[in-house]
Design a protein around this ligand. Sequence first.
Ligand code: FMN
Length: 204
Amino acid sequence: MTGRAPLPSWYDDLDGTLAACWGFLARGVADRRSGFHHPVISSIGLDGAPRSRVMILRGVEQDARTLRVHTDLRSEKVAEWRANPLVSILGYDAGQKLQIRLTGRVSLHHDDAIAESAWQSSRAMSRVCYGTAPAPGSEIAAGDAFTLPGSEDAEELEAGRAHFAAVVLHIDSLESLYLAFEGHRRARFSWNAGGTLTARWLAP
Ligand SMILES: Cc1cc2nc3c(=O)[nH]c(=O)nc-3n(C[C@H](O)[C@H](O)[C@H](O)COP(=O)(O)O)c2cc1C
């Protein structure tokens, strides 16, 4: 008995690794304890330097190769993505000993069916954030010099809809790193413009 966890069935299986990664990402939407529930999402800042921030993963569609997050249209990252839609996404789940790195392009949805459906499915406690005044990132005179709508006030909450954006992340590549005593496993999956997948192992 080594006391070590058994290796996953997909340890030496490229197709299985990709399927497992999509599965862990999908589970990360609802499972708050998953490391993939709150990935770090990076953009290129308006000054050309990288910018990273944690965002809650709200949706995963494996067939479409997309992830979805929500944000305030007034936030700096939105201006960054309007200038350069390239994105890097990073998650690590300590329980699964698995890091997933993705790259892709952002599409911003504010006044279409994607945004509306995302807004309708979001809870009052999430909607509150979109009513922040002044806008997120504004310099304020003191730490508490901002207001939020009351979470009980439907009319005030609805005012936040004007600032709400669903951000769809269209994935072009996925890289996994699984940590194991027996030997780490690193794999890269990339899709070309036509959607054809290339899968390969990499030295960890
Ligand atoms: C646990 C956690 C979850 C967060 N989720 C979101 C989110 O879903 N959307 C979002 O816009 N910001 C979220 N934030 C805040 C961002 O990390 C960031 O501070 C904020 O959006 C401003 O980023 P920006 O100046 O790059 O626009 C979250 C922060 C933490 C710590």
